[in-house]
Write a protein that binds this ligand. Structure first.
Ligand code: ACO
Length: 325
């Protein structure tokens, strides 16, 4: 049986570090509130004129090619999970493929907010398992600062910019992506959304003046749904793959809020020592959080380690995926 294995991971965050202290000079907030409510200390911001998400995707792909010793012309597919593509179209995957010399690859973007990377990983894995593709790059990246209202203290403290890329290749060894369970519920639209800039309400001078091109969120219901959704799928995926607190090596949760992560770990009866956390450094980079976690923890991962990845995001979208490293 052919499985899709992750054969490399590389992340990228922009240089500029936005601290809680600096945020406190912009909105009415403070380090104590942000740290205790979210666990976030710093986030990275992509500065500069006309610097879109593709800038970060290109850097992540370049690093990945080098690390995995892959010739650019051998890559066949690029899937880029993002909600902040350079523009509504063309897609960011093909722009990044062009700038990294992936001359034989086709690409497309996938929009599932914070669950985007998990969904994209699932699609990429199926392309590899089916036997038609041997080198698929899956990216999760977002420039959240481009859709954040830096006068709204309830959202601007949470998000950051960054992302990462993984290489998927076929394997017949006992590693790779084994199982997943994903969900979607469009009724969640009312809790986390962008009013304007899409086809339903194209951006106008009025919509910009009303700040409708920025993220709006009702944090409490999102928090609740995230905890319930992630713990439910994590427990289901663990149970049917005979995983428990002993033989599961790592839980890799979307980094939205450290309190959400702690609650999911508690509900799944899984120890926090084996939960990947880097939210303190990057905040919520939406589709970027899971590949950034894998990148940061790479040196601690051993071949054959059992990992369950889980995410919850706008849509609502959520899911969990089981793989052997
Ligand atoms: N600094 C200081 N005070 C603040 C701030 C801030 N940055 N933000 C809000 N407050 C105030 C509020 O105004 C409120 O004051 P009030 O009681 O006088 O009205 C008080 O703090 C409590 O506000 P709550 O919203 O009830 O605070 P809560 O404990 O729920 O934390 C938070 C808010 C961090 C947003 C939390 O609800 C959360 O993390 N929700 C999930 C959000 C999330 O993860 N979103 C991303 C998911 S997915 C995606 O796709 C992007």
């Amino acid at each position: 049986q052919i499985r899709a294995a992750i054969t490399g991971v590389h992340g990228y965050v922009p240089d500029y570090v936005l601290t809680n202290e600096e945020l406190a000079t912009i909105v009415d907030t403070n380090d104590e509130w942000i740290t205790s409510r979210t666990g976030i200390k710093t986030r990275h911001i992509l500065k500069g004129e006309e610097q879109g998400t593709s800038v970060m995707v290109i850097e992540a792909i370049k690093g990945l090619l080098e690390k995995t010793n892959t010739r650019p012309e051998d890559v066949e597919v690029v899937i880029c999970a993002t909600v902040t593509g350079d523009s509504i179209f063309p897609d960011t995957a093909n722009i990044a493929a062009y700038h990294t010399g992936l001359v034989n690859a086709f690409g497309f973007d996938l929009n599932a907010a914070c669950s985007g990377f998990l969904y994209a990983l699932t699609v990429g894995a199926k392309m590899v398992e089916g036997g038609t593709h041997k080198k698929v790059i899956v990216v999760g990246a977002d420039k959240m600062s481009s859709i954040i209202d830096y006068t709204d203290r309830t959202t601007c403290v949470i998000f950051g910019d960054g992302g990462g890329a993984v290489m998927l290749e076929p394997t017949t060894e006992d590693v790779g992506i084994i199982d997943y369970q994903h969900h979607g519920d469009g009724s969640g639209e009312k809790y986390l959304y962008l009013v304007a800039g899409g086809s339903r309400k194209p951006a106008t001078v009025d919509s910009v003046m009303a700040r409708e091109h920025f993220v709006r969120q009702n944090g409490r219901p999102v928090f609740k749904a995230a905890v319930t959704g992630m713990s439910d799928v994590v427990m289901k995926v663990m149970a049917r793959n005979n995983l428990d607190a002993e033989n599961l090596n790592w839980l890799v949760p979307h980094q939205a809020n450290v309190r959400i992560i702690q609650t999911v770990s508690k509900m799944a009866n899984f120890p926090m020592e084996k939960v990947m956390i880097n939210i303190q450094n990057y905040g919520n980079t939406t589709a970027g959080t899971i590949p950034l976690c894998l990148w940061d923890y790479e040196s601690q991962l051993r071949k054959g380690d059992n990992l369950v990845l889980t995410a919850f995001g706008g849509g609502f979208t959520w899911g969990a995926l089981y793989l052997k490293w």
